[in-house]
Design a protein around this ligand. Structure first.
Ligand SMILES: C[S@@+](CC[C@H](N)C(=O)[O-])C[C@H]1O[C@@H](n2cnc3c(N)ncnc32)[C@H](O)[C@@H]1O
Length: 252
């Protein structure tokens, strides 16, 4: 985390000043996210950077806990929030890996332009799953470079050695979707404006199914949301192995 935070501290001022690349796509992502907000919603944003998105979403929710490893990024975030009189966003210096919050604390978790920067993406996805309430959503926007610039993969070690890049992982959108589904999420919204742009995904934490007290519930579920859900449901019906069939437990 130390090296990463130094890198992002160095980038903070430039990041703050650089305009949003595609304002129309950004606006669409804000709108799509807000479909999942309500005035009581408690939100976690990790890798919040200079805070623009948390500040934009603040009027639509009860509270946003926004974290980042870079103190310099957070300094911009706090001063923007204070200039705009935003009171319901708390900015904290912390990494998503180390933050200690009770499971089931959040209705929404935001991870924007961050999943490809994590050394341990799958562990983080699983942590996000735990931090969400059942039915809560994980909203991510991720550079899936495996779908296009594969040559970039060979530049990364050089860029890292020169201090020009942070940790960067190359993977495909399909792989990310599979990881989310394997963690117990169902994909509710998936959009990529163009091939070379970030994949925007809204994934819902599946509800707990109580198959002992109401064993037929899985058969009476409405539309099956994803193949994994269907697989899990079938497995539950066949084996009836636990009373609380949380997706990840059943799938493992
Ligand atoms: C590319 S910027 C994205 C900022 C913002 N989310 C956005 O969309 O503009 C990535 C941010 O994630 C932060 N970051 C990197 N690793 C992190 C981690 N493990 N936990 C929390 N924040 C992290 C960096 O300091 C940086 O501010």
């Amino acid at each position: 985390m130390k090296d990463e935070s130094r890198f992002w501290d160095r980038m903070a001022s430039r990041y703050y000043r650089s305009p949003i690349k595609d304002p129309e796509a950004y606006r669409r992502k804000l709108d799509a996210s807000r479909q999942f907000f309500n005035p009581d919603a408690r939100v976690l944003e990790f890798g919040c950077g200079t805070g623009g998105t948390a500040i934009a979403h603040a009027p639509y929710v009860q509270h946003i806990h926004a974290i980042d490893v870079s103190e310099k990024m957070l300094k911009f975030a706090r001063s923007q929030a204070s200039a705009q009189n935003i009171k319901n966003v708390t900015f904290e210096k912390a990494s998503i890996e180390s933050i200690d919050v009770e499971d089931g604390s959040f209705d929404v978790v935001l991870g924007l332009s961050i999943l490809h920067l994590l050394a341990n993406r799958e562990a983080v996805t699983e942590k996000v799953f735990r931090l969400l309430k059942p039915g809560g959503v994980f909203i991510s926007s991720t550079a899936c470079m495996g779908d296009n610039a594969m040559f970039f993969k060979y530049l990364i070690p050089v860029g890292r050695a020169l201090g020009l890049f942070p940790t960067v992982k190359v993977f495909k959108e399909e792989q990310l979707v599979n990881e989310l589904v394997a963690s117990g999420f169902a994909i509710k919204h998936q959009w990529r404006p163009r091939k070379n742009m970030a994949a925007f995904i809204i994934a819902e934490k599946q509800q707990v199914i109580d198959c002992l007290t109401n064993p037929t519930v899985v058969e009476r579920q409405p539309a099956v949301i994803s193949e994994t859900t269907e697989f899990i449901n079938r497995k539950v019906i066949h084996k009836g192995i636990s009373d609380h069939c949380v997706a990840t437990e059943v799938a493992s």
